[in-house]
Design a protein around this ligand. Sequence first.
Ligand code: DQA
Length: 152
Amino acid sequence: MTSVLVLNGPNLNLLGTRKPEVYGHTSLADVEKMCRSEADKLDLDLVFRQSNHEGQLIDWIHEFGREVKDGNSIGAVYNPGAHTHTSVALHDAIEGAELPVIELHISNVHNREEFRHHSFISPVARGIVVGFGVLGYTLAINGLYQLSRQGN
Ligand code: DQA
């Protein structure tokens, strides 16, 4: 079965309790359930991961770049959290592994602090989903699936 990776960066394990006025009350475990249900509908196997550690995230990006090349995965929906605004290493990992990525943010980063307006990930992302709350995860899975079907 073909997989889709949903990857979450630092602090997203706190979803549901961290700044609920910005990120909502849904926990990461509930987001995983929503993603699983969307993946099931599309006949995809969901791989759902979160880490607070940049090196771990880089290793997973490399792993899934290989999976996509082997025809076993369509790529990743990735919420890089604060790494979005800081990490050249994650930019290089996505580019180097040639992993198709949909960058996702729960909040609309563009109507927040200025330091959130720049993304190191966007130039190497296939698409971007911003500001739809946790619903964005299912939209992004669907979008990645459509792109992969078009052979893009
Ligand atoms: C976030 C936005 C980032 O600026 C922030 O550092 C996060 C979450 C979002 O999902 O809206 O951790 O990626």
